[in-house]
Design a protein around this ligand. Structure first.
Ligand code: MN
Length: 242
């Protein structure tokens, strides 16, 4: 990419459409694909998480990577009974992800990868909403303190899980099957559901989530990413899971 193109993007202002127009490339994945699965709006501007998560990464991550999972789902809805019906219905998506055994063998992996990818990214965008509480509070704070000793100790364990995930995946603070807080990582786009768990906080550690700004420095990315977490949202996730 030419440096002036990067500068054009970074100075394009806060409107996502303006940024999209100045992206120095165009791929079919940017287009909405025909079908029931559509890209949910981000809910905030692509530059809202600067300087922690940069505008270009947010734009490509949302418009290209998240869209790709949706396009892949639209391409298989005719082959998976019931899949089209869950589009746009978060509770139904949850149910299907908890019950992937019901998906025919031949289609289970693509559903797991792409419906998992869709769920994970929608969760991630919501969690990173700018503003909101900057520290855990209420019942979630009590549960974190009881399980890990402190918020800082929890974050250290979480960061270690994010760093230790070999290749692509996610690190999570979850409520596990036994309703206890735990930290895990999952490979690829496996959502917490594949462990029978519910996600409270989660970070995408695929290189596409950080490489433009942080290159190989995943620990720096994860450390900066904590600044974007909206603990009001995390607490709502916890209350829904507990
Ligand atoms: Mn991602």
């Amino acid at each position: 990419m030419l440096r002036r193109d990067v500068l054009t993007i970074l100075t394009a202002g806060t409107a996502g459409a303006a940024i999209a127009r100045t992206l120095p490339f165009a791929t079919p994945a940017a287009a909405q694909s025909a079908g029931p699965f559509t890209l949910p709006p981000l809910g905030y501007a692509y530059d809202a998480l600067e300087p922690h998560i940069d505008t270009l990464t947010m734009t490509i991550h949302h418009q290209r990577h998240h869209q790709a999972y949706l396009s892949n789902l639209n391409a298989i809805v005719d082959k998976v009974p019931g899949l089209a019906e869950v589009a746009g219905k978060p509770a139904e998506i949850d149910k299907l992800l908890f019950d992937l055994d019901k998906v025919p063998d031949a289609m289970r992996t693509p559903v797991r990868n792409n419906l998992g990818g869709h769920w994970n990214h929608a969760f991630f965008w919501d969690l990173m909403t700018p503003g909101g509480a900057k520290e855990p509070k209420g019942k979630l704070k009590s549960a974190i303190d009881a399980a890990f000793g402190s918020q800082q100790a929890m974050a250290e364990t979480f960061n270690a899980a994010a760093g230790a995930r070999f290749g692509s995946g996610w690190a999570w603070l979850i409520v596990d099957k036994g309703k206890k807080l735990d930290i895990v990582s999952t490979a690829n786009q496996d959502p917490p559901h594949t462990l029978g768990a519910r996600g409270i906080v989660g970070v995408d550690v695929w290189e596409h989530a950080y490489y433009l700004k942080y290159q190989n420095r995943r620990p720096d990315y994860v450390k900066a990413w904590w600044n974007t977490v909206n603990w009001d949202k995390a607490e709502a996730n916890f209350n829904a899971a507990a």
